[in-house]
Design a protein around this ligand. Structure first.
Ligand code: A3P
Ligand code: MG
Ligand code: MG
Length: 384
């Protein structure tokens, strides 16, 4: 069970001319006991099909099929030229999460309202502090230890709920444009690995002849609470494995390069495991299966990780990342957002930005900036 921490106090925030405020990202400031984090429980799910269309069902859920050989020799290069690529130029914002919210109004109603027979009445609010994607929370949690990727998050308060939406940074766009053929091929390998170890039915046969299409996805939507912040967020799930004990039978699949030198092993623990841990922990996923590949994209071994045990694997590295720091930082960022963004207006955006070596900054963009992300069909929902 989670540990109830003393009421965390907010580190000093500085008011800047121009209305922007900052929050420190220094690890030392967040090295306090783990804050209360309620075990995430699944409240819903949805699928995205081969054309990225939303479906309020499990049609894209995959089932884990354990390989029979200890060296499976999966060739992740297979099928690269016939892959079907998700169009990354189409911005998805929070749209599929909002679609899910609209189809699950009753999950946001107070018990007292549900008891009333006139549940046809609109709801005033979602009775939830934050709605976002899991990936955004992963990114926030890992920030105290991040030294490469900057980020940019738009915040809008609407009907009492803070909606958070990540935008691509200039640096990320440049990196994407400069991506070599080799790098692009390697970013396909993770998807191909998923195909080798999953099927569309339990005990089915993986079909590795079909082109890989990364439009397809299955998302789990969870409810949780971090200290005083209630959260509803969705995240992609790679598959289900009925042999996993407990009520969450989802698993996360990963690939990584086979490690030889001690240095590689340390970098893996310092920079990769933190992300694997944060991503899975947030959805309550207890098991991660990693395929270790060589430079030619051949997977030679599989390794299972218990999400819960990952933090202990950093013991032998100098100055390791700490899960309590990640969660205290996330808790403080959410509190900082609540303090800074007070105007309830769907056309108003505050931009939260961070880049390596800097403090986190929150700037008010006012109304009708290019970052407005809540669509009119959500604002004018008949459920309100
Ligand atoms: P790996 O996980 O093996 O790296 P996820 O692991 O989150 O389920 O994502 C599945 C795959 O999508 C990844 O496989 C990787 O190939 C690709 N992918 C995910 N995030 C990416 C990113 N930021 N840039 C490039 N590729 C990414
Ligand atoms: Mg995935
Ligand atoms: Mg994965």
């Amino acid at each position: 069970s989670a540990i109830e921490a003393k009421k965390p106090k907010l580190p000093e925030t500085n008011i800047h001319v121009g209305g922007s405020r900052t929050l420190s990202v220094k690890c030392e400031k967040y090295d306090r006991p783990f804050p209360y984090f309620r075990k995430p429980t699944e409240t819903g799910r949805f699928s995205q099909d081969h054309e990225r269309n939303f479906h309020h069902d499990r049609r894209q859920l995959r089932y884990y099929i354990k390989p029979t050989k200890s060296d499976p020799c999966f060739d992740l290069r297979q099928g690269y030229t016939s892959r079907i690529r998700k169009d990354e130029s189409v911005k998805e914002y929070l749209d599929d999460m909002l679609r899910w919210v609209m189809m699950n109004k009753e999950k946001f109603m107070l018990q007292s309202d549900k008891n009333q027979l006139d549940a046809k009445e609109g709801i005033d609010s979602l009775h939830t502090d934050f709605v976002c994607w899991r990936g955004l929370l992963t990114r926030l949690m890992c920030t105290p230890y991040e030294n490469k990727d900057d980020w940019k998050i738009a915040v809008t308060k609407f009907r009492g709920t803070y909606f958070l939406c990540e935008f691509e940074t200039e640096r990320k766009k440049q990196r994407e444009e400069q991506m070599t053929q080799q790098q692009d091929e390697m970013s396909y390998w993770g998807w191909k690995f998923e195909q080798y170890v999953t099927a569309d039915k339990p005990n089915g046969r993986p079909d590795t002849d079909r082109p890989v299409n990364n439009n397809e996805g299955f998302c789990s939507v969870v409810r949780s609470r971090l200290h005083s912040h209630s959260l509803v967020f969705g995240g992609e799930v790679d598959g289900v494995d009925s042999s996993i004990p407990g009520d969450n039978k989802y698993l996360e699949l990963k690939t990584s390069r086979i490690m030889q030198a001690r240095r590689q092993e340390q970098n893996f623990r310092r920079f990769k495991l933190i992300k694997w841990w944060a991503q899975s922990f947030l959805l309550g996923i207890t098991k991660i299966i990693a395929g270790f590949r060589d430079d030619d994209g051949i997977v030679h071994s599989l390794e299972e990780y218990q999400t819960q045990k990952i933090p202990s694997l950093t013991k032998d590295i100098h100055n390791p990342w700490q899960p309590n720091v990640c969660f205290n930082f996330l808790e403080q960022v959410l509190g900082f957002i609540k303090e800074t963004v007070t105007t309830d207006d769907p056309k108003m955006v505050h931009l939260l930005t961070w880049s390596p070596g800097k403090d986190l900054e929150c700037r008010c963009l006012g109304r009708d900036s290019s970052y407005v992300f809540l669509p009119d069909w959500f604002l004018h929902w008949e459920g309100w």
